[in-house]
Design a protein around this ligand. Sequence first.
Ligand SMILES: C[S@@+](CC[C@H](N)C(=O)[O-])C[C@H]1O[C@@H](n2cnc3c(N)ncnc32)[C@H](O)[C@@H]1O
Length: 270
Amino acid sequence: MNELMSHTADRGQAEMFSKAWYNEYFRRAAESPTHARFCEAVYGRDLCQHGMMDVDEMAFLAAMLKPGEKVMEIGCSNGHITEQLHEQAGCEILGLDYADVAVGQALRRTEDKRDMLNFHCVDLIHDDLPGGDYDVIVAIDSIYFMGDYGATLRKLNAKLKPGGRMIVAAFQVKEDHDPESILNPGHTRMDQVLKSLSSDYMQHDFTTNVRNHWIKNYEYSHNLRADFDAEGNAFLCEARMAENGWFKDHAEQETLVRYIYQIEHNPALS
Ligand SMILES: C[S@@+](CC[C@H](N)C(=O)[O-])C[C@H]1O[C@@H](n2cnc3c(N)ncnc32)[C@H](O)[C@@H]1O
């Protein structure tokens, strides 16, 4: 269990991040004007986000994709980010998520783009991943939900074509029991696993973005609380507040970092 999930479980919110919880989240978020304002203010653009990727980080990620590439995105929620990546990079993307409400929203919205954009309802832990020979697999704040990083990277690596790559956006915090070095490039938990697998990879630092993100996430959830309540969407606000205090503290203490890892296909793992 990663830091985020153990933190929320500690607060008696064990059901947070379950399929039912995410379905409830996206059922409400897709229709909520206040959620749209929240995302616009916090991320720089409303794409119904539930991760930590702001518009600058997203532009960087989109520039890592090439026209015509065959991409699979894991944990795509209701696919607004997926759709934008497709629009910006011209690649073909299959988005996967277990929240069937979110996948349904994505499918309905993108019906006329089905040749280049598709979405499947898949449990990333229990189901087989569809297709294969992907040029790229993208994971934006979803890798935490798949359990052990090593097993997850092996599972994803097996779906890449030779020469393919993964693009994984993930945070790392330093808790009291962790060494200082865990925040440094080359030393995060993801780095440690990638090194143990002898994978070739590069990492790009988005620490400033993620620290700003959580400070704004905290601030706007409080600023917009009355508006969420007035819509009958206190659930959305409480969902944000359940995690943003913990992250804001780490951001202010400078014990939170974020990297995009570009990981090359590893033939030795397949
Ligand atoms: C933190 S959100 C990130 C969503 C989106 N990538 C973004 O950046 O806004 C994590 C996403 O992973 C999905 N997810 C979590 N556990 C999953 C699982 N076991 N199988 C499939 N999807 C899962 C959730 O439904 C949610 O859409």
